[in-house]
Design a protein around this ligand. Structure first.
Ligand SMILES: NC(=O)c1ccc[n+]([C@@H]2O[C@H](COP(=O)([O-])OP(=O)(O)OC[C@H]3O[C@@H](n4cnc5c(N)ncnc54)[C@H](O)[C@@H]3O)[C@@H](O)[C@H]2O)c1
Length: 325
């Protein structure tokens, strides 16, 4: 049984609370949140002990779950690492690259499990393509959200685009070669809408658009690779694969295309089976299993660092590109 303490029980923290309660390998010991109103609500609704000192809660648990605003991630994670406690921290890993580097160092020196909350890795639509050969050479991504002041203490890059950056870094097996980006601050002081092109050493190009000032929501990633197109709809939890048909394919439909040499190719269109899973519950469950079974976490501190590193390079480019009239 893993004893867990939650740090931050605001919007997302309450989803975590609900999910932890359903994970039988975990025991929720208590929570820390400096907001008295939120804390009282949680004490009453969840019958969970409130701790007024984060250090005392950490001493009482095996693992911490950090769902506090991003600028508190570093201090809470550092305290936990020094106490030898396992860490699950929401994305982004930390507020600055210096903080992220220090967390990486402290984790390396310790014997703890560290997982970052890049929850899209557990999105059922993404899970549905895990058995496919993924080797994209062109990636097109749209992540659009309606405006919500929550989360706007950081730019749209660290708020939304970082999910796609993490997914892309997990599937493109090559180093980033160059980054081009543009972004505009419309409703807040930091970019609310941005377009980014990431080029990789293997020739893959990813074109990402993120907005938090859209009228409609969209979370789509389209992967193009030799002989296949894979469309992942993270919002509606659907996947579509269009590829050259093989004898093993079970497709929705197929059609023939004439090739320039007068031959014929059969194209198969299919929708891989999307598992019925709750992504937040699954990521917390996998973290729990990694600790209890001493196995690697699925989204490690290194993954969290790499996503942050690319996000910060993007932000720097946007800053360099902004021309004040
Ligand atoms: N993975 C995702 O898709 C996703 C989605 C939303 C938010 N997030 C991340 O989750 C975190 C929290 O976001 P939210 O939307 O729940 O914010 P929120 O403002 O709704 O909640 C944050 C809570 O943390 C509390 N808090 C403040 N300082 C604290 C501290 N020092 N220690 C503990 N708690 C503290 C606040 O009182 C508040 O209750 C952020 O890092 C955000 O980036 C991730």
């Amino acid at each position: 049984m893993l004893k867990v303490g939650i740090f931050g029980v605001g919007h997302l923290g309450k989803f975590h609370l609900n999910n932890w309660k359903e994970i039988k390998e975990a025991e929720l010991v208590g929570f820390y949140d400096p907001d008295d109103v939120i804390a009282q609500e949680v004490c009453e609704k969840y019958q969970l002990a409130r701790f007024l000192d984060p250090a005392i809660l950490m001493d009482a648990v095996d693992a911490i779950d950090v769902v506090a605003p991003t600028h508190f991630h570093f201090s809470l994670c550092k305290m936990a690492l020094r106490k030898g406690k396992h860490v699950f921290v929401e994305k982004p890993l930390a507020n600055t690259m210096d903080e992220a580097r220090e967390l990486l160092k402290l984790t390396k020196e310790s014997n703890i499990k560290f997982q970052v909350g890049h929850v899209e890795r557990f999105n059922p639509a993404f899970l549905s393509i895990k058995d496919l050969q993924i080797n994209p050479m062109f990636i097109e991504v749209h992540r659009l959200a309606q405006f919500n002041p929550r989360g706007t203490e950081v730019s749209v890059i660290l708020d939304l685009m970082i999910h796609d950056i993490d997914i892309i870094l997990s599937i493109v097996k090559s180093e980033v070669k160059s980054i081009f980006s543009n972004g505009v601050a419309v409703m807040t002081e930091t970019p609310d809408i941005a377009n980014v092109r990431i080029e990789f050493n293997n020739g893959c190009v990813a074109n990402l658009t993120s907005s938090r000032i859209s009228m409609k929501k969209m979370r789509k990633m389209r992967l193009f690779q030799k002989d296949a197109y894979i469309g992942i709809d993270f919002l509606n939890k659907k996947t579509e694969v269009i590829k050259l048909k093989t004898s093993k394919d079970i497709d929705v439909f197929s059609f023939d295309l004439e090739t320039p040499d007068g031959g014929k190719k059969t194209i198969s269109v299919s929708n891989p089976l999307v598992p019925e899973v709750n992504a937040i519950k699954l990521e917390l469950q996998k973290f729990c299993e990694a600790v209890l079974n001493n196995t690697p976490t699925i989204v490690s501190e290194v993954d969290g660092y790499r996503a942050m590193d690319v996000a910060h390079q993007i932000l720097q480019k946007i800053k360099n590109n902004s021309i004040i009239a």
